[in-house]
Design a protein around this ligand. Structure first.
Ligand SMILES: [Zn+2]
Length: 486
């Protein structure tokens, strides 16, 4: 049964510079691996459409939101040309295309431009206009506050972001009249703006200095995500006042709650604001870490929580829809399938959805139960349903390996991307690594190197991201289950 809500169902592929990996498309590092052909993009979109998505969403990453983009040429022009083709393919298979960009995060060094500095403000305006024109077929353009991004210099507050978003909305509409604007409230809300950002002495917008932990205080334990309840109320009140000035068809991305996992009871309840905004504007959710987190790549299984969140949203406010995020579109195929299902039927049973997927792909519904054994990695959005002993994990991984090895892929009835055999080999690889780490005395350095080679080798030939995320990821992967109950 398809529920009338959630008509807008976006799959957000975050291929930003710090989240590159084997299962993510590489769109702006020529000569490096993980390039997808246009035919592969078409196959991917056919799969998303079959899974029930209506929109392909991506981040126009900071590397491309940089001054040289304005001169044309290079990776900037190549990216624009490719994304225009990809957008056309999306349209052909019945998907919309949407990009989001953080409003003031500039270049690969993640410089936080200040809207209250005239030269920075001009750069922000020029870049937003440039990309709105360069990606003219885009259906929805999302203005995102930060994370990374934001500013507390020169008197910047949440109101600065809201005014900037308003100005950029007009600029987007002028450059691309058919595009619809989506304003993001992400965070506490409007992460990184004003007092949400920690005061950092001598800071002029540099990422490296902003994240230096020596500047943390008990009141501001992180560089952003420090907004309190009073700030949330002031910010949302101001936003509601200014909302009528935005283009009439503006969408507002607002989660159930203002913390990083969108809980309605922690970090401030957003539901009353969502209901208020929905009286005049379409609202969408942007619940980032629901299907997978950011650091480690592995086959996720968060289906019960994904379904529950859709039911909570349905009960809370008349959402037009939402998005499901992935940084591993070629690996987390089951999560994408399930996300599409739960948008259409929030009451679908997670175990049945998992089994139905595995029956269709592998001819083996039982595999759908075993996937849950992968969801043992602590991290963003990790709320496991089961507590596993190491012995139980060993049994589950062993059975996964046996069943995957014996699966008959010739009767796969889903239009899978990647090919079922490619998918099976990756699942087998992860099951074997997890099995090694569930057993006594694994060679963790060997596992770190194997994970790097399998997942992150692209960073051997592209610049390490400014947050050095990939190196941390490989170290953490090699330590999985190290402190786990035996
Ligand atoms: Zn500023």
């Amino acid at each position: 049964m398809t529920h009338a809500a959630f008509q807008h169902r976006a799959c957000y592929v975050n291929f930003a510079e710090h989240l590159q990996n084997t299962w993510n498309p590489n769109l702006y590092y020529p000569g490096a691996p993980n390039r997808w052909t246009l035919e592969e993009w078409r196959q991917y979109f056919v799969m998303l459409r079959a899974f029930g998505f209506t929109c392909f969403e991506y981040w126009l990453p900071p590397t491309l939101m940089d001054r040289p983009a304005l001169l044309g040429g290079g990776i900037y022009a190549e990216f624009a040309a490719t994304l225009c083709q990809i957008t056309e393919i999306a349209h052909t298979v019945g998907l919309q295309a949407k990009y989001i960009a953080t409003v003031n995060t500039i270049g690969p060094s993640w410089y936080f431009a200040c809207p209250n500095e005239p030269a920075d403000k001009q750069l922000i305006r020029d870049l937003w206009r440039h990309w709105a024109q360069a990606l003219v077929g885009t259906d929805i353009i999302g203005i995102f506050p930060g994370d990374p991004g934001g500013c507390n210099r020169n008197g910047c507050t949440h109101a600065t972001y809201i005014e900037l978003a308003l100005e950029l909305s007009g600029l987007i509409k002028a450059a691309n009249p058919s595009a619809r604007v989506e304003v993001g409230t992400w965070g506490t809300p409007f992460t990184g703006w004003g007092t949400d950002m920690r005061a950092t002495p001598g800071w002029h917008g540099e990422w490296e200095l902003l994240i230096d932990e020596k500047n943390n205080t008990p009141e501001t334990p992180c560089h952003i995500w420090n907004g309190d309840q009073a700030r949330a109320e002031a910010a949302m009140t101001y936003f509601l006042q200014r909302l009528p000035a935005f283009p009439a068809d503006t969408m507002v991305a607002i989660n159930l709650g203002f913390d990083s996992e969108c809980f309605p009871t922690l970090g401030g309840d957003a539901r009353p604001y969502a209901r208020e905004i929905a009286k005049t504007h379409a609202i969408t959710s942007w619940d980032y870490a629901l299907a997978e987190g950011e650091l480690l790549c592995y086959p996720h299984w968060r289906l019960p929580r994904m379904a529950a969140r859709r039911r909570e949203e349905r009960a809370a406010a008349p959402y037009l829809g939402g998005m499901s995020y992935t940084m591993t579109p070629k690996l987390n195929v089951l999560s994408q399938y399930a996300a599409g299902r739960f948008f259409q039927d929030p009451d679908a049973d997670p175990d049945q959805v998992s089994q139905a997927f595995c029956a269709q792909v592998f001819g083996d519904a039982q595999l759908g139960e075993l996937f849950e054994a992968f969801e043992v990695v602590p991290g963003w959005g990790h709320y496991p349903r089961k507590r596993w002993s190491k012995a139980a994990l060993c049994r589950a991984y062993t059975e996964l390996i046996e069943r995957l090895t014996g699966a008959d892929l010739s009767r796969c009835t889903l239009p899978l991307f990647p090919e079922p055999e490619y998918y099976r080999q990756d699942l087998l690889w992860f099951a074997r690594q997890f099995l090694k780490m569930a057993r006594p005395d694994p060679d963790r350095e060997e596992i770190r190197q194997a994970y790097w080679a399998r997942a992150l080798a692209i960073y051997d030939v592209i610049p390490m991201s400014v947050d050095k995320r990939a190196e941390l990821s490989a170290r953490q992967f090699s330590q999985l289950l190290a402190g786990h109950l035996s």
